[in-house]
Every structure is written in C-alpha cells, then in structure tokens.
Design a protein around this ligand. Sequence first.
Ligand SMILES: [Zn+2]
Length: 382
Amino acid sequence: MSRDMVVAIEDELVVWLGTRRAWVERLAATGSEDDWPTVEAHDGYLLPGLVDVHCHGAAGHDFSEADVRSAEVVAAHHRRHGTTSLVASLVTAPVPDLLRALAACADLVDAGEVFGIHLEGPFLSVARCGAHNPALLRMPDEALFDQLLEAGRGHVRSLTYAPELPGASRLAARAVRAGLVASVGHTDGDFATTAEAIRATGMASSVTHLFNAMPPVHHRAPGPAAAALAAAARGETVVELVADGVHLGDETVGAVFDMVGANQVALVTDAMAATGQPDGRYRLGPLEVRVEAGVARLDGRGEQAPIAGGTTRLLDVVRRCVRHAGVDLHDAVTAASATPARLLGLEEVGVIATGRRADLVITDRDLFAIEVLRGGVAVTPA
Ligand SMILES: [Zn+2]
C-alpha cells in the first residue's frame, strides 16, 4: 500500500509493482510501450482487495434468503466498496431453510461471486445467542453438521460454535478435518474451556467477533475473551473484530491491535441487509431487525435489544480503525486483507505482489473507494 505505487496487470495477475519512478525508468530502459495496463493511487491509496470473513448481507438482502439473485446483489454491493473476497455468513435458521440457503450460497461460490460459506450456528450458547433465535439453537450434532456440509457442497469454510456445549470438541475436530476454520463464538464458556478449544484446533481456530456474544472480561473470571487474547498474542489464533464504532469501543479496538498485532486480527463487518440502505425494518435470517441511526437491533426490545449485525462495509471499518481507534493504516489494511486471507487459506489474494490475483482498491485520501479491480477487471468505473 503506497501513495506512489504503480501496479502492472496481465490477464488477472499482478506482473510488476514498484514506484512510479521505477516504472518510468523501466519503460525508458525497455524502450517499449509495454502493453500491460497499470493502475496507481494518484492522490489517495492503492490497497489490496479486502477480505471479509463474516458478512450476512447488504443492499436490502441477506444470504439467508436462499436466493441466488439476492445473494449476488449482496456480493456486488460489498465488492463495489472494496471487498473483493467475501464469505457468506448464515445465521441460525430452521434446518430446511439453512439447507436451502447453503445450496444457494454454494451456487454463488461456484459462480465466483463469494469464496466460501460461514455457518454461524446452530451449535451456539442459548445464554449468548445475540441475534440468533434461541429456539433454533442445537446441541452439537455431527450427523446434522455432515448434512449441512453436504448441502454446502464443499464450500463451507468456517463454523462458529460454543466450545462449552457437550460434544463441541468432537464437532470442532470434525470441522477442522473437513478443512474448516473452527471459530469460537456465541459462547458462555470459561477461560479454560476456550483456551483448550483453541489449543485443540490450532492454526485452524479463530474467535468470532471477539467480546460480542460472550461474557465480558472480569479480573477474577477472565472468561473466553481473555483466553482468546492470550492465544492471539502467542500467534495461535486470529480474533475477529467488528470495529465499526457500534459493536466495540474504539479504544478496545486499538488495545487489541496493540496486544496481539495485525497478523492476529481479522477485521469483519458482520454486515446485514441494511448495509448501504436507509434506517428501517429488515430481517436477519428469521428475525426482525430495526435499524436506527445505522445501528441494527432486534426489534421490539428498545435500546437494550441485542445488536443484530453491522451496517458497514469493510473499507468503512478500516477507515474507522485509522481515524478513531489510532490503528496504523498499514495494520488496519493487513487485518482486512492478508490476515483473513491467511486464516481461510486463500493464497492468491490478500497482498499486492507479483503472481497474486490483481484484486486492488484505489481510494481517495479519505479511504473511500474510487476504483475496485477484481482479477484485474474493474468492478467500478474509474
Ligand atoms: Zn454474524
């Protein structure tokens, strides 16, 4: 990421990158008009395409609708704002609905619109259900899990689960064997249970929206968040942060970056249907949500109602981190690109480098997207 970087593209890959001066020298030396098209930041920044590993919706739609056309609208919205790799997250729903949504999302992965599917449930803690319908939550059930994986046709890439539930460790081990990230979240477990769950799943572990939908840290009962931070600080797990100024205090976000570093933080949006839309009533999977001043909460319970997902794009989260949480731009971008790409085993994206896919975001000085390229092809007009 630089203000003076030129990137040359051939087919869908980055084939050269360097400073503007080096590019000019190269052209002079080769005496040629290379026909590689180039992009550069001009007055803003050139960033790698962003990678969001926790995202439910946007533009009035939600991946849970089990409709390929609506899901395409969601993916296209986030892509226009710089998220070139997206995981479709599914909230807990009745099993037949979940199976249909998985099939639709698998079609979307086959079409190259999103790169995988995240099952947020149904094996979650009732006490920490957040915006998941507690009546639909299930105890870990390997047969059901297999059925869900099958409906996703090999495209399910991560599972959020509560490690304190009976049978959770076997379920997590099965998820890791199937190539998924086992993500601790929506948990009421204690420090030891969380630490053991992360240890057992190793580098295939992550923590779903750290601090949200889990007990707060208490000095005599440190709980899952402290276990997650300790493991992340040792480089043993990655913590998701919904750093949108609503889910977390900005100081909390800055503190986590200071404690564990950008290589262990995945910035996420947890975005729902109201993203890019006005305030009003929306759905998050099977639940009614009311959005006021951009804050989504379950309907009918006023100010105390649980937050029901985010309403920002990942580039908005990066901007928030830089402007309000004191996070260095390079670190914020790393946590929104290289770290989530590594977590999900996406080798072709996440950094700007020769041989990698030309997923690029050109922003203005204020970090708003001007142009977005995916595989070298502009998805927004220059
Ligand atoms: Zn979510």
